[in-house]
Design a protein around this ligand. Sequence first.
Ligand code: AMP
Ligand code: MG
Length: 455
Amino acid sequence: MAAHARHSHRRSEHNHAEQAERRHAGGHSHRHYGETMLSVEDALERILLHFHTLEAKPTPLLDTIGQVLAEDALATHDIPPLDNSAMDGYALRAADVHGASADNPITLKVAGVVAAGELPNVAVTPGHAVRIMTGAPVPDGADAVVPFEDTDEMQRRAGGLPLSEIAVRYQVAIGDDIRPAGQDVRKGESVLKAGVMLRPSEIGVLASLGHDSVSVFRRPVVAILATGNELLEPGDPYKPGMIYDSNTYSIAASVARYGGIPKLIGIARDNLESMNASLKDGLDSDMLVTSAGVSKGDYDMVKDVLTQHGEIDFWSVRMRPAKPLAFGILNAGEGRKVPLLGLPGNPVSALVAFEQFGRAAIRRMLGKPDAPKPTITAVLDEPIHNTDSRRVFARAVIRRENGIYRASLTGDQGSNLLTSMTRANGLAICPEDLPVKQAGESVQVQMLDWTEETF
Ligand code: AMP
Ligand code: MG
């Protein structure tokens, strides 16, 4: 691919158009290929037309991480439910300890004890206090809490004195160290709105409202199919001339990362029967992702198969890597349609195309807003060349130096070099209309990951 890419550098857009025209005029069957060079945005728009938020489904709370809430979460009670103590100490009437100080402690009778999880069985009357633990409901009659440290409790214990009374060494104001009922959440309030994405904090809030299950837009099942006679299943014995199927796994991992459920349907061989059989296994999914078989010369067979099952287009997307892309809609029977995203075969191309298109489709189905990968501005350490007017997604290493992000490249950008993707934490973009992004220029970088080293 790298060699191929270098050769094609000289081919101008013009030439592409001419070639496409020639093909067209000749009534060539490759009607869809190369005819349209879609921008990344156009390709994305056309793809997203076919994706919608999936139905909502009650889901066990812990399974909802990263999903989107389908209905408002209402509070059925106040949180905290009752006025309660913020400290371990004594609940009392502020007026009773007015003027208390270390030199002038005021002694109160201890009328009882209330622990967290208990209701007080005694009220606080003038001249009295109730020993209280953090989180325990404040007894009637009390309007403040003094922490243990502000009493002589320690000394009493040390001296073996009874705790039937206590000396308070500080005066307090009404409300001190009392957490009022409803301070965090009021009964009837909609605490989390539909549309919110659930993170650990939201999941905690939902638990605090008493929910063990909530309604979220369900996760899409994404069927993943590799194609190629050369492919071996990882785990199978190595055979010379063959390569292990890595696309299935990198794509499945991406699906899971973005919140979908990968469904591996294996490897289809480069023949009609095998492709047909495999495709059927993907028809019960929400999206079918294939890899390989979409590049020129290859796609005829894939096209024949796919057209039997639905409407498929083969696109050239103005990007590098991952120019060839197939997209279409398969008929899954009974009027059901399944979108198919046909990624290129080269492992980096497949991943980069999935980042641009597959991720967006999954987000749509999950009910998340359309949002590009988080993108930062960095200063380039070395140039990114762009000799055929495509948007270049260069594998880059982003690090922060003296408060600015710097981007270096991972070396050879061949789209077959999957390990270079493991070294990258971002994709640095040279726009389609620039022949080169020079070293020292600022560059937009789609962040693949944020690690400690990035900061
Ligand atoms: P193709 O689109 O079929 O011409 O494939 C392009 C390149 O990607 C070839 O070198 C294939 O061997 C390679 N390739 C295709 N599928 C996979 C896969 N599932 N895993 C790893 N490499 C693949
Ligand atoms: Mg192939």
